[in-house]
Design a protein around this ligand. Structure first.
Ligand code: 2P0
Length: 329
């Protein structure tokens, strides 16, 4: 349930927002040259119910914003820049104390920027009683991080490139109870950040043009598979799209290789599961972690198999969901 609502009171001083990470089954990889994080490709994602950022926003009297976030300085600076931009856009005076925390590893290819900037955009609207629509919240979150546009919704979500692109929901999570097993192959931060890697791919991969060209068909196939609850079809197009993105990433010069041996071990395990009749597919983002998607009833047994694989540090079992919540004020 969406709990953001209009409060006619102008004196709110503190809000707490929980927003969930999401993973793309059809990937956003590439930006347009114009605009702020304007995606060069559409994307389609699922919200992850239990991978969340909790952000407290308080109005303060000081001359500058205060950020409490256990993350590298660059991540804190991105928040400060985002607040400056929002302040300018909405002609807001005053400063904020932001306390933000992820209940999963930050900056390791698990979409912490998606949940983080979605929580900030929602919290900013809420504390100032701006009553922004979800479309506008999605556009704002996108400015913070492209994938954050999708975390303004839970369930099955898509973004279509457009002037000032925004996400919309394809289907609520309850309509197709899928589970997600996140296999952690590394606790290290990613070797090359997504923004930089996207630019490098566009500039040097011989496959980037084909990546862009074939994307619309993948989106159409995935959207239809979701609406029809056709797991096999979704598995086929999602793995294809993931491998195509990594094909373009691997063939950059100098090359970027996010995978580790444990990443490949999970991919092979998922193939074996499928060959033996267990429905499952994998997807991998800008990092070594693998996410395995399966019907909810298979989650326990698949998780047990994945957890045992060499090099897998641990797993997180969750489900499609991830509706943002304003948990306190
Ligand atoms: C996605 N990824 O669709 C793709 C697939 C990673 C691989 O969006 O530069 O942190 O902040 O817009 O959103 C990760 O990149 O990049 C990402 P910015 P973001 O989820």
């Amino acid at each position: 349930m969406w709990r953001l609502c209009y409060h006619p009171v102008m004196t709110k001083t503190r809000v707490t927002v929980s927003a969930a990470a999401n993973i793309a089954l059809i990937k956003y990889w590439g930006k347009l040259e114009k605009g702020l994080n304007q995606p060069a490709t559409a994307s389609l994602s699922i919200g992850l119910e239990d991978l969340r950022t909790t952000t407290i926003i308080e109005r303060i009297e000081g001359q500058s914003d205060v950020i409490d976030f256990n993350a590298p300085e660059t991540a804190r600076q991105r928040i400060l820049d985002f607040l400056d931009l929002l302040r300018k856009q909405y002609e807001v005076q005053g400063h904020f104390h932001i306390t933000t925390e992820n209940n999963f590893p930050t900056g390791t290819g698990l979409a912490s920027s998606a949940s983080g900037f979605a929580a900030l955009a929602i919290g900013f609207s809420e504390i100032l009683n701006l009553n922004l629509s979800r479309q506008v919240l999605s556009q704002l979150a996108r400015i913070g991080s492209g994938s954050a546009a999708r975390s303004v919704f839970g369930g099955f979500v898509e973004i279509i490139p457009a002037d000032d692109a925004f996400a919309s929901r394809i289907m609520p999570a309850e309509d197709w109870p899928l589970a997600v097993i996140v296999a952690i192959a590394s606790d290290g931060t990613k070797t090359v950040g997504s923004s930089e890697a996207m630019k490098h791919t566009a500039a040097t991969s011989p496959y980037y043009r084909e990546w862009l060209r074939s994307h619309v068909q993948d989106m159409d196939d995935a959207r239809l598979a979701i609406v029809d609850r056709d797991f096999e079809k979704l598995a086929d197009v999602a793995e294809h799209n993931c491998l195509k993105m990594h094909g373009a990433i691997i063939t950059t010069r100098p090359p970027i290789l996010y995978w580790l041996p444990a990443t490949l071990a999970v991919m092979h395990e998922v193939r074996q599961l499928r060959e033996s009749g267990t429905p499952a597919f994998f997807t991998i983002d800008a990092g070594a972690q693998v996410k395995v998607i399966c019907p909810a009833e298979h989650a326990k047994s698949i998780n047990a198999r994945i957890s045992e694989l060499p090099g897998i540090l641990r797993t997180i079992e969750t489900r499609v969901g991830g509706e943002p919540e304003i948990t306190a004020s």
